[in-house]
Write a protein that binds this ligand. Structure first.
Ligand code: FE2
Length: 79
């Protein structure tokens, strides 16, 4: 669950930034769609957390690597 927690944490940050962008553009349809996705991803992240994905110190390097890789994929995908 460390991977789940790490991926979802990065995705949530990205989606929250998207919500700010969409709010500023006043695109309510897209905003609602992203907001719905955000709720799903928060549930996934919380599952990862409750299964110990965020607290086990031995998984720290894994969480760091997965977070970095996920951030890279998102930034590459936004090009
Ligand atoms: Fe997810």
């Amino acid at each position: 669950m460390a991977c789940t927690w790490a991926v979802e944490s990065v995705v949530i940050s990205h989606l929250q930034a998207q919500l700010i962008y969409l709010k500023n553009k006043n695109d309510q349809v897209a905003y609602k769609a992203v907001e719905s996705i955000l709720e799903d991803e928060k549930n996934h992240r919380d599952t990862g957390f409750h299964e110990g994905g965020a607290t086990n110190i031995w998984y720290q390097p894994l969480r760091f690597s997965v977070s970095l890789f996920t951030e890279s994929i998102i930034r590459f995908g936004m090009r």
